[in-house]
Each structure stands twice: as C-alpha cells, then as structure tokens.
Design a protein. Structure first.
Ligand SMILES: *Cc1c(COP(=O)(O)O)cnc(C)c1O
Length: 393
C-alpha cells in the first residue's frame, strides 16, 4: 500500500463482531478470559487495547517500522525512550531541541546520572568530537524548534552506528508524510501526536516507533512496565486525525510557503526561517532529505520585545498559543512561552533570541493569514503600511 492508502486503512479494521468500518472505542480496562489462560489477544488495557493497537499499527505502517507504541503524551514517548538506556549513559543531543526534551534530560541527569552533551548537529565534527566510550544515543530533531535548522539524519545515523550508539529522531515537525527517518538510517522515531498526526488541537499524545525486533521487544516491555499507553478515546481521536493527515499537510505547506514569502518581502522582518525558501541555509539538504517543507515558519522582528508584544497583541486570526500542527494558525514567542523552561545559556547558544516569533501556519485562506500579520506589523510600525502585501495576493 502507498502512504495515502496506509493513512486511511492501516490497523483500522478491528471489529470482527459487527464489521464496523471505523475502529470502535474499546473503553474498557480489562477483558474476559475465554478459558484458563485463553484470551482473544487482550487481557488488560495498560498492556494493550484494540483501539490503541489500531493507532499503533497505523503509525508503524506510516513510518515503515517494526513496532509502534502510542503513549499518553509526546513527553511520555521521550521519557519512555530514555529508559532504553542504563543509568550513567552519555547522550549527544541537538542544542536546539524541544524545550521539554532539554528539561527532561536535565531531570534524568539528576535522577539517573545521564550525561548529556549539547552540540550543533549541523557540524558533524562537533558531533564526532563529543563521542565518549559510553555514548549510547544521538538525539536528533529536524527541522528544529523554533529556528527550523535542518541536520543530516543519514550522516548522523552513520556516526551513531560507527560508535554502536542509536540514532533517535523526533519526527514531530514534519510527520511521516514529509520525512521518514528509517529510510535514512534512524533506529527509533518519537512523535508528539498532539501536533500534526492528530492535527485538530483536541488531544495530547505521543508515539515511539522502532525498526528492529530487538528494540521492539524492549519497547513493548517498557510501555507496559512504565504504564505509558494512550487512552482508548485519545487513541481513537489520533487515528481519526491521521486519516486526513496527507491533505492537511499539503494545505499547511501551501500556506506556510505563502506566509514565508510575504514575511521575506516585509521590511519589518529581518530574518525568515522556512526550509522551503531558497535562502534557507540548508534548503538543498531539505530537498534531499524531506518530501516537503512542513507548516512551521519562524522569523525575527527588527526591534526587540516591544515589537514582539505589539504583534502578539494585534493579531486576530492567529491565536497566541503554544503547541502547533493543528488546523488553526497559532503564533508564539518561544523565549517567554515554549522555550521558557529551557536553560537560558543553552537557548542563547542555539540562537533563540527574544526577537524570534514562531508561527504554526494553519489551513485557513492564506490571504487572510497574510493580511492579519500585515495589519499587526503596522500597529507597531505604521510606516510599513501596505508595503508588500499586494505582491503576495
Ligand atoms: C510538543 C512536542 C513534544 C512534546 O509533546 P507533548 O505531546 O506536548 O508532550 C516533543 N517534541 C516536539 C518536537 C514537540 O513539538
């Protein structure tokens, strides 16, 4: 099956009793035994639940892995993945990772004595120099949040494998529609399904996908042992969301490109980060490694926090909110919102300054989104009135 068919059919068919076309919500904690030691494959919902299995089979097929597990949140997927490693392990992490990932790694460094080195993964020498005898994993996130930096998954996976370490990719920003890390050598993929996979901003969830039977066995053990599985209802919502993943991603992407081009031509904006623009420093890597450019755009205003605040207060269609990947457009200020929990020194080092604004571009009419931003820019700097909007209609 091809991706579009997979997204709609994989795992879905679970009702042998009534042949429902849509997967039922098996809202039950436990399952009746048919005889001593004999079940229909399910005994207790922490271990497995048919609605969750449907979602897991679907995500597994989309990523082309061996086994997937759906978890309660993206952070629970990341936390569970860290349990693959023994206390004292060394992990090399990209220095502009998701803020929650950095906070969790910091916490696990305290509790489990993990050693973590943050590097700029665009520089492969920096990664190689950070390797230690006990390096067990490379934690990769591409495109990064919020700067949309792109790193080379294939090259990084090779470095990991030459050191018998695992290559782990947080694939939340692009989804398997636009990036399939197993094709590039990754060993483990994590997702916050809260974002594009569910796509409707009405559930939190996560997923872990592995591509070897050995990792699969451990994954099943960990999710059950730690009790991290997604609830049946939330699993059902995410599975429902995935059925429109491909057309949604296409619509997000079209709008994001239009918004990025508008921002690029606007005098109030000093820098635009979108991998689909030719001026993006890793545009050619994005073309090689990704199947599309996604719906996230970030930019830097000319002035500082006053201008940022004015824009955030003035937008009408964009909602000021954290999170991303839903059908509606969101705007956020990473330094005070999504990345506030991140170590300030690391944040600076990664180039996430107070002028940066991040957009999760939704699937509304792109002209409305552009007009909304243009009007908001004018509130702070009336001199720019109507400067570039005509070019983008
Ligand atoms: C949101 C997000 C997470 C965390 O997911 P939750 O569902 O909020 O727990 C992890 N990684 C990335 C890239 C994210 O955007």
């Amino acid at each position: 099956m091809r991706l579009r068919t997979i997204s709609i059919h994989a795992g879905v068919d679970k009702d042998a009793a009534y042949n429902s076309v849509i997967t039922p919500i098996y809202q039950t904690s436990t399952f009746r035994f048919e005889d001593i030691g004999k079940t229909k494959g399910y005994d207790y919902s922490r271990t497995a639940n048919p609605t969750r299995t449907a979602l897991e089979e679907n995500i597994c097929a989309l990523e082309g892995g061996v086994l997937a597990r759906a978890t309660a949140t993206g952070m629970s997927a990341i936390a569970t993945t860290l349990h693959f490693f023994k206390a004292g392990s060394h992990i090399i992490c990209t220095n502009d990772c998701y803020g929650g990932t950095e906070r969790l790694l910091r916490t696990y460094s305290e509790i489990f004595n993990f050693k973590v080195t943050y590097v700029n993964m665009q520089n492969l020498d920096e990664v190689k120099n950070a390797l230690r005898p006990n390096t067990k994993a490379l934690w990769i996130e591409t495109p990064s949040n919020p700067l949309l930096n792109i790193v080379d998954i294939r090259a990084l996976s090779e470095i990991a494998h030459n050191h018998t370490a695992l290559s782990i990719v947080d694939n939340t920003f692009l989804s398997p529609v636009n990036q399939r890390p197993f094709e590039l050598g990754a060993d483990i993929i994590v997702h916050s399904t809260t974002k594009y996979l569910n796509g409707h901003s009405d559930v939190v969830g996560g997923a872990i996908v592995v591509n070897s039977p050995k990792l699969a066995e451990r994954l099943h053990f960990l999710v059950n042992t730690l009790g991290q599985g997604e609830s049946p209802f939330d699993s059902w919502l995410v599975l429902r969301g995935i059925k429109t993943l491909i057309p949604r991603i296409k619509a997000h992407e079209e709008n994001a490109l239009a918004v990025a081009k508008f921002l690029k031509s606007h005098p109030a904006i000093r820098k635009v980060n979108y991998p689909g623009l030719e001026c993006h420093p890793q545009h050619s890597l994005a073309l090689r490694q990704q199947y599309g450019f996604g719906g996230m755009v970030s930019f830097e205003v000319n002035d500082g926090i006053e201008e940022v605040n004015s824009i955030l207060r003035s937008v009408k269609i964009f909602s000021v909110a954290e999170s991303l990947g839903g059908i509606e457009s969101l705007i956020c200020h990473p330094v005070t919102m999504t990345h506030a929990s991140m170590n300030a020194e690391l944040r600076e080092q990664a180039g996430i300054n107070e002028r940066v604004i991040r957009l999760s571009v939704g699937i509304e009419d792109p002209n409305d989104l552009i007009e909304d931003l243009d009007k908001a820019f004018q509130v702070y700097a009336p001199v720019f009135a109507g400067s570039s909007i005509e070019n983008n209609k």
